[in-house]
Design a protein. Structure first.
Length: 303
């Protein structure tokens, strides 16, 4: 997937550069017409001097293009290849950290010059390449150009880049709607979307017990006699009873507002109790109706 979104970003930059070049050419074309009119009206001007002035003016107004001369390897006076490409990329990435170009340039440095990078530079470039901000901006550009499906895939990468950023889930829902994908309540665990759909019961969000537990790499078990479900992870055990408000965490009684229940043959449990008892964060993003479970700290409001 890394190569896929990097290629998409590169295409975006090429399209942007092509558009900018076309505008620049159009602007220069208009300038030439104006100069021609001025030349006709001023018959006394020396023809040779006029051509030189026009050439100087065009050269002055021509934008510097992002070419291989800028970021590629250059040659010295003896024709030997130098390393201006590496230095040029380092300088460029500093000016584009939070832009789609920054992610592309960081990826080029990491793949083309890994042996020249210090461990500190590698860490910084990894952060830039995985920037959820840059990926979201790239997704927006794709959507603006009509590539809504690609925008969805790009935004999924943005979600994975920072699983605690609830704004990314809102953007993903927006692009998904534009792409004609179904809406409704969604379950994300560590940035991955699961097909099992949560439900809201009396203000409490319930999720499929087995799906949520296994997504957190926890052991799950079902006791048909007691109609009890148990999930164990990292020495913590949570036991819930179907249609009962009682629960146990490591053998200690725990009261819950909404009991576990069986819906269409699936055992549904309160996500907050399961997630937080196992050391995960559980958040609710209302606009996209997303239940977000992850194992990184955040200051966002809890579910």
């Amino acid at each position: 997937m890394r190569n896929t979104w990097t290629a998409l970003l590169a295409c975006i930059l090429v399209l942007g550069l092509a558009a900018g070049t076309a505008e620049a050419k159009q602007g220069r074309g208009n300038g030439q017409e104006n100069k021609q009119e001025a030349k006709v009206s001023d018959k006394g001007r020396n023809e040779k001097s006029s051509k030189k002035d026009k050439h100087d003016e065009i050269k002055k107004n021509t934008p510097v293009a992002v070419t291989d001369d800028t970021y590629g390897e250059s040659k010295d006076q003896k024709g030997r290849k130098g390393h201006n490409g590496y230095n040029g990329l380092l300088q460029a990435v500093e000016n584009t950290k939070d832009k789609p170009a920054g992610a592309v340039i960081a990826n080029l440095l990491l793949t083309k010059y890994p042996e020249r990078l210090t461990p500190e530079q590698v860490t910084e470039l990894e952060l830039i390449r995985n920037s959820d901000t840059a990926l979201t901006k790239a997704a927006e550009l794709l959507a603006e150009n009509g590539n809504v499906t690609d925008a969805v895939y790009m935004q999924e990468e943005a979600v994975l880049a920072d699983v605690s950023n609830l704004e990314s889930y809102k953007k993903l829902d927006l692009f998904s709607r534009k792409a004609g994908r179904s809406s409704g309540m969604k379950l994300f665990v560590n940035g991955e979307k699961y097909d099992a759909e949560p439900i809201n019961r009396n203000g409490t969000t319930l999720v499929p017990f087995r799906t949520a537990s296994e997504a957190l790499n926890a052991k799950v078990s079902w006791d048909p006699k007691e109609k009890a479900v148990t999930v164990t992870r990292n020495g913590v055990s949570v036991k819930l009873f179907v249609n009962s408000a009682k629960a146990y965490i490591n053998g200690q009684p725990y009261s819950i507002e909404q009991p576990a229940s069986i819906v269409d043959g699936t055992t549904m449990v309160p996500v907050r109790v399961i997630g937080e008892a196992l050391g995960a964060n559980v958040k609710w993003e209302p606009e996209s109706q997303s239940v977000v479970v992850y194992e990184q700290p955040t200051t966002s409001e809890a579910l």
